[in-house]
Design a protein around this ligand. Structure first.
Ligand SMILES: [Zn+2]
Ligand SMILES: [Zn+2]
Ligand SMILES: [Zn+2]
Length: 441
């Protein structure tokens, strides 16, 4: 599990020489040094709370609080970008190379194992903060590990502690004012081919983090959609009833206007028949009136729906028709309000990066698709002690198997090797984004 904010703050404060004790209410009892108390602007003996409701002489410490922001001062000059080495025992290369066919497969291509070597490989551990804003706010930190040689990414759902604890010689790197994507120092010193490549690595990790955030927020997004549908349904029901009532009133009014005389004369006729001739004839007359009535009613309802007021109207009918318009406009406003209320924006920003070098086995494979082929380095991940998954070179967060594209032999995942719904052509989203190259849809 990822650490909670109180746990992270406990770690930071303890590391900086404080005594921290959690209490039963989820708050933290803290005794700091005088220096730390001045840096953070909190009393030397303080109680930190993480919920909005609890007041008293406690210090609010959740995301966005003064304390949370001032914690950044403890990291000035260190931590935001750093370089480290990771030492791991060498695995059995021969055994590993035999597992390649089990670990790697493509839906439309084959591969051959060429050779293996042990090399210095750079990884970048990036921490992204995501903020999802709608009628509620959700935030958290996503650590993403990306292999700088082959762009294979890994979500660290279990947190990054295991990696961080194994790091040796963490050298602080100072931001040279380049900021993110990457300071030049990381790009060159950690063995990245150049800063252009560094930017590509960062973009890949960012793209992966964006998809990972969506996955992590899945339940929240689902609940948003559910609440939006529920509220829209309520609006439709409410205005639907109003509309029906109004239409009924229009109907009565219009039919009374246009059929009042007719009904009267026909009824008179029917009564005459009833007295003089036969009951059967009288029933026939009444049936005819009913039919005419129904026909007129259907015609009128159609006209109302098509907004063609091609029937006899008096002032009362006009007022009712205007009311009908208002009902419909108001309903659309209400629906737009709801859509705005439940609209979701997700912001993702990088907060820290660690460039990590490790000596690890690299397995060179040759991927063959039709007549073309491509060399690709498959890496052994020393942190989790298994082969890195292949990257998806479109989304960097692969799902649903792997495919190889015809044009550039990109490795893309099942989600990114799309079938065009219009013409059925399969295409690579690393080459063509979201537009089918054949029919441009
Ligand atoms: Zn993909
Ligand atoms: Zn198409
Ligand atoms: Zn491609």
């Amino acid at each position: 599990m990822n650490k909670t904010l109180p746990e992270v703050i406990t770690d930071i404060l303890t590391y900086n020489g404080s005594l921290v004790e959690p209490d039963d209410d989820g708050a933290l009892e803290v005794i700091t040094t005088q220096e730390l108390s001045e840096t953070l602007g909190v009393p030397e003996h303080a109680r930190l709370r993480f919920s909005y409701d609890d007041a008293g002489d406690t210090v609010f410490a959740s995301y966005g609080s003064d304390l949370f922001i001032s914690l950044a001062r403890l990291f000035e000059g260190r931590g935001r970008f750093s370089l480290a080495r990771f030492e791991a025992p060498a695995p059995n290369m021969e055994k590993l190379s035999k597992t390649l066919p089990d670990r790697i497969s493509f839906g439309n291509a084959v591969f051959r194992f060429n050779k293996a070597e042990v090399k210095d490989v750079s990884y970048l551990l990036l921490y992204f903060k995501y903020t999802a804003l709608s009628d509620e706010k959700h935030e958290g930190v996503l650590p993403v590990l990306i292999n700088c040689m082959n762009m294979s990414t890994m979500p660290l759902t279990g947190g990054s502690d295991e990696i961080i604890e194994g790091l040796k010689e963490v050298l602080p790197l100072f931001d040279e004012g380049v900021g993110f994507p990457l300071p030049r120092s990381i790009a060159t010193e950690s063995g990245f081919a150049g800063s252009q490549r560094g930017i590509g690595i960062f973009q890949a990790a960012y793209s992966a983090a964006a998809k990972m955030a969506q996955e992590r927020l899945k339940n929240f997004i689902r609940s948003l959609e559910r609440r939006l549908h529920r509220d829209i349904k309520r609006v439709y029901e409410y205005y639907g009833t109003l509309r029906e009532e109004t239409i009924k009133m229009i109907e009565q009014n219009v039919l009374k206007l246009s059929m009042g005389d007719l009904i009267e004369s026909e009824l008179k006729k029917a009564m005459k028949h009833k007295n003089k001739l036969s009951k059967a004839q009288a029933l026939k007359d009444i049936e005819r009136i009913e039919l005419q009535y129904l026909e007129k009613k259907t015609k009128m309802l159609n006209m109302i729906n098509e907004k063609k007021w091609d029937f006899e109207r008096d002032e009362k009918t006009d007022k009712l028709l205007a009311k009908l318009d208002t009902i419909e406009t108001e309903r659309e406003w209400k629906v737009q309000d709801l859509i705005a209320k439940y609209a979701l924006s997700i912001r993702i920003e990088p907060v820290a990066a660690v460039g990590i070098e490790a000596q690890t086995p690299v397995f060179h494979i040759n991927i063959k698709r039709r007549l073309a082929s491509r060399e690709f380095p498959v890496t052994y991940n020393p942190f989790v002690r298994q082969l890195d998954d292949l990257p998806c070179e479109a989304c960097f967060n692969p799902h649903g198997g792997y495919y190889v594209c015809d044009d550039k032999l990109h490795i893309v995942c099942g989600d990114c090797f799309k079938t065009c719904p219009a013409c059925g052509k399969q295409y690579c989203t690393a080459c063509h984004k979201d537009k089918c190259p054949k029919c441009r849809k």
